[in-house]
Design a protein around this ligand. Structure first.
Ligand code: CAA
Ligand code: NAD
Length: 305
């Protein structure tokens, strides 16, 4: 790892080049919002097909954003934003110049640690590393890196769909430096988002409340108490949620939700979260096994029209 002093790039206003790993639902959204707000983006994934999938997500979303942002020149708006985004499958090349890395790959501790351990040897010393994990321990992911980097490591948790959801949770580990935290707050604001702060706990704020609610909804349907349609209608019209839990599950992805629950079962063994919240749900596991992952696979609790 080559360049420079540890105190320059992390300082206020320092993040200009953002590298995003994972061109799926979340990574594409994070890259897009960064590009819309003037950051230079490198988007990286393991295959060209995954990168193309990410670019398709961005193009589709941008057409909605452009209609509002620049209705007279949708093409020009889209072109300007897209010109801020480069793609590559070469992870080492992707981080060469990055001031900030945001990782949004599969929700697996091992896979995330492997990636960050590798990137630690390739990125600038001053580069800040952040994970978009939904549910894993940020501290445990950061431990794949050296001590210096652990001070420049935090959670930066965006919400789906990224272009529309205002919130970002910033997760500090005991090692995260003030400078890193401040730089992340600043880049979050630059991306037009509203930051909140949380300690490194399972699910942070939103998912700690939202995931047990979604799991409980599946148990309700599994028992035959009500249909997904009626549960959704009930929560939309009776509790004012913009989407009921089954629409939301399809949106988030059943695979991602299943990873979260199984990761938390291990934490429950250690007493960090209560066991009842994360009991296995055969209905969800069968849906995942058969590829009914939600919107991203065309079918979940609902079929995508
Ligand atoms: N790209 C760009 N803009 C989008 C968009 C996208 N993919 N999706 C929605 N929007 C914009 C629309 O253009 C619209 O903008 P304006 O109000 O400026 O016109 C606005 O968002 C609202 O969209 P719609 O009118 O089409 O539809 P809606 O009112 O039903 O809102 C929604 C859509 C914002 C997705 C809303 O249904 C909602 O808030 N759903 C709940 C989403 C949620 O809870 N997400 C969190 C999931 S949990 C998570 O992400 C954490 C995790 O770790 C698992
Ligand atoms: P996704 O399945 O849509 O995309 C994941 C992408 O990561 C895929 O394109 C895959 O090819 C790529 N990938 C896998 N291993 C990789 C590697 N080693 N290097 C580079 N790319 C790799 O998943 P997603 O829904 O975008 O979730 C990504 C992360 O964001 C997860 O940690 C998830 O928990 C978190 N998250 C998800 C949501 C949500 O609602 N789906 C919300 C917030 C956070």
């Amino acid at each position: 790892s080559a360049s420079g002093s540890s105190s320059t790039t992390g300082a206020a206003g320092g993040v200009k080049r953002l590298t995003v790993f994972g061109a799926g639902l979340m990574g594409a959204g994070i890259a897009q919002v960064g590009a819309q707000n003037g950051l230079k983006i490198v988007l990286s994934d393991v295959t060209d097909q995954a990168l193309q999938n990410g670019l398709n997500i961005i193009t589709k979303s941008l057409s909605r954003v452009a209609k509002k942002a620049q209705p007279d020149d949708i093409e020009g708006f889209t072109k300007t934003v897209m010109s801020n985004i480069e793609t590559t499958t070469d992870a080492a090349k992707a981080v060469e110049e990055a001031d900030l890395v945001v990782e949004a790959i599969i929700e697996s501790l091992k896979v995330k640690r492997d990636l960050f351990g590798f990137l630690d040897t390739k990125a600038k010393d001053s580069c800040i590393f952040a994970t978009n994990t939904s549910s894993l321990s940020v501290t445990e992911i950061a431990e794949a890196c050296g001590n210096e980097r652990q001070a420049r490591f935090a959670g930066l948790h965006f919400f789906n769909p990224v272009p529309a959801m205002k919130l970002v949770e910033i997760i500090r580990t005991p090692q995260t430096s003030d400078e890193t935290y401040n730089a992340l707050r600043e880049v979050t604001l630059k991306m037009g988002k509203a930051p909140v702060t949380c300690k490194d706990t399972p699910g942070f704020i939103v998912n700690r409340l939202l995931v047990p609610y979604m799991l409980e909804a599946i148990r309700m349907v599994e028992r035959g108490d009500a249909t997904p349609e009626d549960v959704d209608q009930a929560m939309e019209l009776g509790a004012g949620y913009p989407m009921g839990p089954f629409k939301l599950l399809d949106f988030v992805g059943l695979d991602t939700t299943s990873y979260i629950a199984s990761g938390w079962r291990e934490k429950a063994e250690q007493g960090v979260i209560s066991k009842e919240l994360v009991e296995p749900i055969p209905m969800m596991e069968e849906m995942v096994k058969s590829g009914r992952l939600g919107r991203k696979s065309g079918k979940g609790f609902y079929e995508v029209s």
